[in-house]
Design a protein around this ligand. Sequence first.
Ligand code: UT7
Length: 331
Amino acid sequence: MDEAGLVPGITGLGIHVPERVLTNYDLERMVDTSDAWIMERTGIRERRLAAPDECTSDLAVKAARKALDAAGLPAAAVELIIVATATPDMLFPATACLVQDRLGARQAAAFDLEAGCSGFIYGLAVGAQFIRAGAYKNVLVIGADTLSKVTNWKDRTTCVLFGDGAGAAVLQPVEPPRGMLSVYLRADGSGADLLKLPAGGSRLPASAETVRGDLHYLAMNGREIFKFAVRAMGEAAVEALRRAGIRQEEVDCFIPHQANIRIIDALAKRLSLPPDKVVVNVDRYGNTSAASIPLALYEAVSAGKVKPGESLVLAVAFGAGLTWGALVLRY
Ligand code: UT7
């Protein structure tokens, strides 16, 4: 295959969110908060919650089937499945293996990738390498999380922020000028304590004590994460653009991680990107972690904001780890 045939691009997208909607007014009845506070401080109006018997792989499989349909790719032809998630069905086996089985992707390798809310960008970056190397032609990257399952519904500082969802992308070799133009990934584990799920791993195995201490819930230092987010995503966006040889004003559509409208606004301002180029759906889904970028990208494509073969897309995310990253692609 010649050089041009090895450019990875997205050829199909699919999303799935659970049916149940939890509004700010519902939260007012659960913790000491208000619709006004949540709207002003986060921009979130409502979020979707998985049913008690619905888990990350359930959402992932539904999103993946839609992405495969959109790409016109049979599951049996998928060669690699990457599931980016911080809320796997179980610690092991990998959720990607459960998805592989349910899709009937009999030829596929499968593994999970844990990079918090940056997981989908990390996943696209990893999947793209297999295509560039000529190893695979059909890669499925899924970002799926059910943070509601590890949310402390008595903690108003976190429970208003998150929602559940999944988004999937089929990566295949595409013809230039389409395809991924650059990727930039970073991590800084010195900030690991700022956003974590303390117990249930090998550090603090599950015990009556860890349950009593609420250590199986997500814990976060919101203020520090906020500062990190604006700084890190700004840096990642600039570096990904530089590597792609694209000027800021050439970006047609900006897809930031959907965590907080104030973070998105600050970042767009820093990058001098006008509001009509910035995709926002945090109001309807909250922070869906690894599903955030594909949900927003899917909606931008569906709304005609991203035009196949034409639009230059800049996607940027940050998350637990700490991790952050950005990529530029011509959709
Ligand atoms: O993917 C990564 C995930 N994490 C994030 O994206 C988090 C980034 N951080 C943030 O989005 C913001 O820091 C928050 C939305 C979490 C908090 O907003 P803030 O403007 O940084 O508020 P704060 O933490 O400085 O708290 C201000 C006040 C506090 O009261 P006092 O101490 O001033 O009396 C909080 O107790 O707001 C209070 N507060 C609330 N009040 C009503 C915190 N949460 C709530 C709430 N409702 N839900």
